[in-house]
Unconditional design. Sequence first.
Length: 229
Amino acid sequence: MKRILTLAAACLMLAACTTTNVKSAAGLPTAPAPGARILLIEPDVKLNIILASGLQEHRADWTAAARTNLLAAVERSLKTRAHSFELFKPDENMDGRAGQLLRLNAAVGQAIILHSYGPFTLPTKGKSFDWTLGDGAKSLAGAVEADYALFVHGAGSYSSGGRVAVMVGAALLGVSIPTGSQQVYASLVDLKTGKVIWFNVAIASPSADMREPEGATLLVESMLKDIPL
């Protein structure tokens, strides 16, 4: 996921922590109807550290902190909206049909970034935004009888002290060394049809560090700025 999100960031050449080009499905309602129930999927996050060698290692502590901070920020944002929300925790629901849909959503999200934001457009889609999880999305509605699902994903990497030292040394020689980057994206899915009706990506600035509550709030505000809720 990180590789594809990084590619999207480079292709879009977006300013840090600003809302990217929002994608919405044509011919569908621009917003859920009043009283619609939204299933909030706990954010899927993975953060790494870039070592001096350039290799990356997963940081479980950073990932856990970012997941907590993003979820809290999203919940605060949703409380200001006109719809009701129900939290869904993937770690407790990865078996069976629901787990299959969660994994499918992750794959579809990466495909959207690659083909709707990046240079690799699909001939069959043209310029239209037409993505779906299929009829099986109904299985996520469950006992709460949700109408829509809001998915949030985050990924990225941060440079270690050793990596920063290498970057400084290389800069003195006129050599550019890639630094870490962080991104989040969200998708709103109609659970009755499986259609992805809204999608957005936000790129983090140094002040929008999702490992910190304040940074996660800035990032979520950018990501959800134009969500039709």
